[in-house]
Every structure is written in C-alpha cells, then in structure tokens.
Design a protein around this ligand. Structure first.
Ligand code: UDP
Ligand code: MG
Length: 140
C-alpha cells in the first residue's frame, strides 16, 4: 500500500511535561515519518474552528480552553495507512481504556488532557493538514 498522510497534534499537557520528543519517538517507532512540524500557541478562534464538529458536545468549551492553555506541536505524519497507524499508536480517547504500548496509555492525564490528536479519516486528514500547513512547509 502506498504511503498516506495524517495530521497530529501534541497537546498542551504533553508539551508542558516536556514530552514532545517522547511522543514523537513513539510515532516514529510506529512507522510514521514527521514530514512537517511546528510548535504554535493555538488561538481561541483556531481551536474553536478546529473542533467545530464537537461544538454541540458538553466538553467543547473546556476543550477549547485546554487546547489554548499552552503550546502545541502540529505535525504532518507520513506512512503506510497513516491515519489508522497513527490512531492505533495513539490509543483510546479515554486513557482508562487505552491499551499498553499506546501514547495515551503511557502519557495521557485524562479523557480531555490526552496528549495527542490524530485525524480519523483521510478526508479529515487533508482538511486538518491544510488548516495548519501550506504545501511548501511539508517536505516528504
Ligand atoms: N474530549 C473530552 N471529553 C470527552 C471526549 C473527548 O474532553 O468526553 C476531548 C479529548 O481531548 C478528545 C477530543 O475531545 O481527544 C476530541 O474528541 P474525539 O471524540 O474526536 O476523540 P479523539 O478522536 O481525539 O480520540
Ligand atoms: Mg477525533
């Protein structure tokens, strides 16, 4: 199967604990290559728009506050079946349900502060990559 791309965020709970390298190593060990990366502080507008799909959920407001509470590292990851490969190494949304060997099992603090975001489909990956990166920032 050909390489595909997905979009990842190392969330504020992980950057705060200096886990950028540890999380990235787990992504790389899972067969994903970082082809774009930048550390940013998301604005409230960006966070609201990025998580718009969850706007009606009860946790939306707190999630926006959390995602803007500190720096994040946004990344484009490339690999075979990148979306699934990344979701597999991330683990379940709630760390209490995450399997051994996953990033969320290893590092997540709570269902909200769960260390990483990963796109859930090829279509959403393309949208999310374009939300944060221009083509010339992605070097495969
Ligand atoms: N989230 C939350 N409370 C919940 C469910 C989700 O705070 O009950 C947060 C959490 O940070 C999660 C994000 O909202 O990663 C997006 O939720 P989604 O269901 O898309 O989970 P994911 O795709 O990140 O596993
Ligand atoms: Mg999701």
């Amino acid at each position: 199967m050909a390489a595909t791309r997905t979009f990842s965020i190392i969330k504020p709970d992980a950057t705060r604990r200096n886990l950028t390298g540890a999380v990235t190593k787990m992504l790389e060990d899972a067969g994903l290559r970082v082809v774009a990366s930048k550390r940013i502080r998301m604005t409230e507008d960006q966070a609201k728009k990025f998580y718009e799909v969850h706007a009606e959920r009860p946790f939306y407001g707190e999630l926006v506050d959390f995602m803007t509470s500190g720096p994040v590292v946004v990344q484009v990851l490339e690999g075979e079946d990148a979306v699934k490969r990344n979701r597999d190494v991330m683990g379940a949304t709630n760390p209490a349900d995450a399997e051994e060997g996953t990033i969320r099992k290893a590092f997540a603090e709570s269902i909200e502060a769960n260390s990483v975001h990963g796109s859930d489909s090829d279509e959403n990956a393309a949208t999310e990559i374009a939300f944060f990166f221009s083509d010339d920032e992605i070097v495969g």
